[in-house]
Design a protein around this ligand. Structure first.
Ligand SMILES: Nc1ncnc2c1ncn2[C@@H]1O[C@H](COP(=O)(O)OP(=O)(O)OP(=O)(O)O)[C@@H](O)[C@H]1O
Ligand SMILES: [Mg+2]
Length: 380
């Protein structure tokens, strides 16, 4: 498994300078509202993605009054060790360093530190737009299919060019043919990658949801973004006049989606909030399970406020599943007792207490308290 061995955070939100030495398995980060728990997860995400999961802009993420946010980390797996560092200033310029060398692409970080986030935004997998579900699917495809990024970029370029021609009314001629061909060729490849990955993910999802228990009958279906019977090149020709009226390409892999249905009705319309959380957790866990089995190492889970919306039994099942997953997990909660005693004795669980942006490991905190009271006893 690959895991973070050290994380050093400087100037993210209310975290001035925080060093975390996590367990390779389960890490619980607890503390009062506003203490800095989500900011710790945000910092780890920043290390793997060079951006926040809470804000598209960097300014709110950088600690007030500071010029930049920086996170360093050491990642170890059976195969290799990496030292990675990410820094971003208020103008959004970023610096990425991997083992002392500078990199420009965040995708280099993502392959070293594959991350999965479960937080209130994860509900978007059910209630959000198809884009949210495409991004979810493409996370997996990116990690298993090395051609994905290149093909995806070519597809984006072809679509941009084609749309520009459509908007300018240039709907005949060899230029459109060239971009149609490029779009169709790469679009078909993206669909193949996605379909292949989805077929692997689907049974793993069934298993995950069975293990979490409580919502039988949830079904996923992959929709590729154009009709099942037609070739994408034919679809482009057929829809040319309507595309031209609309000014953009209406059918293609940019319209793909995963449908999540419960007993034939959209899950978002038929499940309770807690049941929806079980479904989105099962989707996220399934992806990590599949990732582990295909890559021989696990991804890192960032789980914000796990107890919310889940009853004790489902919380327990989720934690049991996480324990078996060969993944490093960071979980936040307000009350440490809500998650403290849920783990098997063989699992290495570390607990950290966050207070006003400082972090202290519970064992060290206990020792400090013990020393303080021992000191008090010998003092006059
Ligand atoms: N740019 C910033 N600079 C300094 N402090 C900030 C900045 N942005 C947010 N904060 C503060 O950082 C603190 C920590 O926020 P965070 O969301 O991490 O808390 P939390 O422990 O997750 O709380 P909750 O339990 O309510 O989710 C908050 O008090 C917030 O006001
Ligand atoms: Mg929070």
């Amino acid at each position: 498994m690959s895991s973070l061995q050290t994380v050093k955070v400087t100037d993210i939100r209310n975290l001035v300078s925080v060093t975390l030495l996590p367990s390779p398995t389960i890490n619980i980060i607890h503390g009062a509202n506003g203490s800095g728990k989500t900011s710790i997860l945000e910092a780890i995400y920043f290390l793997g993605m060079a951006r926040s999961f809470r804000s598209l802009r960097i300014k709110p993420v950088v600690r007030n009054g500071q010029p930049a946010a920086t996170v360093f980390g050491k990642v170890a797996s059976e195969k290799a060790n990496w030292s990675i560092g990410v820094s971003r200033d208020l103008e959004s310029n970023f610096r990425i360093q991997i083992n002392g060398e500078s990199y420009k692409l965040t995708s280099s970080l993502a392959s070293i530190l594959p991350l999965q986030v479960i937080n209130p935004d994860t509900f978007r997998l059910l209630e959000g737009s198809p884009k949210d579900r495409r991004q979810f699917l493409d996370w997996g495809v990116f990690h298993v299919e090395h051609r994905f990024l290149d093909v995806w970029k070519r597809l984006q370029k072809a679509m941009k060019q084609r749309n520009a021609l459509l908007r300018h009314g240039k709907i005949s001629g060899s230029l459109l043919e060239v971009w149609d061909q490029e779009f169709a060729q790469n679009g078909k490849l993206i669909d193949e990658f996605r379909k292949k990955y989805f077929d692997l993910l689907n049974p793993v999802f069934d298993k995950a949801i069975q293990n979490l228990c409580g919502v039988e009958g949830v079904q996923l279906t992959y929709q590729r973004g154009w009709d099942k019977e037609s070739d994408l090149s034919d679809v482009l020709i057929r829809s040319l006049s309507r595309d031209s009226e609309a000014g953009y390409t209406q059918w293609g892999p940019h319209r793909a989606d995963i449908r999540v249905r419960y007993k034939g009705v959209a899950a978002v319309d038929s499940l309770s909030r807690g049941q929806q959380k079980i479904v989105v957790c099962a989707l996220k866990l399934a992806q990590g399970m599949l990732f582990s089995s295909l890559n021989n190492h696990g991804c890192v889970y960032l789980i914000d406020d796990l107890p919310s919306e889940l009853d004790f039994q489902h919380r327990q099942r989720l934690c049991q599943l996480l324990e078996t997953m060969n993944s490093q997990v960071f979980i936040t909660c307000v009350e440490k007792d809500s998650l403290g005693s849920i783990w098997s004795p063989n699992t290495e669980v570390k607990m950290f207490h966050v207070e006003h942006g400082t972090l202290i490991e519970d064992a060290a905190e206990d020792l400090e308290q013990h020393l303080r009271s021992a000191g008090a006893a010998v003092l006059p």
